[in-house]
Design a protein around this ligand. Sequence first.
Ligand SMILES: [Zn+2]
Length: 304
Amino acid sequence: MPLSVLILGSGSALPTLNSNQSAQLVETESELYLIDCGEGTQIELRRRKVRIQRINHIFISHLHGDHFFGLVGLMSTLHLLGRTKDLHIHAPKGLEEIIRIQFRDAGSHLSYQTFFHEMNGSNQLIHEDKNVQVRSLPLKHRIPTFGFLFKEQQKDRKLDPEALKEYKVPNFARKAISKGEDYTNEEGKVIANEKLSFPLEAPVQYAYCSDTAYSEELLQLLPEVELLYHESTFLEKDRERASKTYHSTAKDAARIANLSGAKKLLLGHFSNRYKSRESFLKEARPIFPDSYIAEEGERYIVGA
Ligand SMILES: [Zn+2]
């Protein structure tokens, strides 16, 4: 299964009947990772039939409510449904205290252990497992805020079944070939790995950047990702408001996508003041044609 991103919420500030606050689910073959957890996220996870107990890592970008007001509710639900697996939460300083007080004063003892991992700088390797590496990205907002860069781990080489048959490769030798080794047959003849396997596919990358003012500092750590989510809370006509609140316009997001060499841009974190989201595309596409609205309920394959 390729790396993909399910958009659970792409609105900002307050939840409305048409739009949820920030939340996304990064999916791999065996793990689910939640990014931000605005109010209502657990309902949206349910609506999208996500098996929530499979989430073991939650990444919170910053402590504005529209990015974490759903967390305590989700954690409570995980407990009520009998979770026993550990839960890891990666967030800036302060979240642990907020959450622990809520459960402490409710006299609740969760059925599982929670580990808070404090992020205090950008370009930190904040998580790694067999599927992905996750690094923190520098964002420019009113309070400490981090973006997330998900990089798929290098996969094994895919074997060429025709070639395996042709060179009579026994089963026990296949694992080593998938790791890149050559094969030596019974007569001592070496068959080059390239003859037995397909070329390696480069690992894909996904970057999540919300919330932030336009920031070229981000570009120093943002590689050429296959998929970039960059907030575009405002349109150019509200540029002054964007600057004051340390948010971006659709044009800013498109400039970052363009300068970073991203392949595709998803716009999100829209202010409720705008009736239509088409205007965001109108502003972004002249600068970066592969710009799209992060539609709630849509799943985007990274690299497709
Ligand atoms: Zn914010």
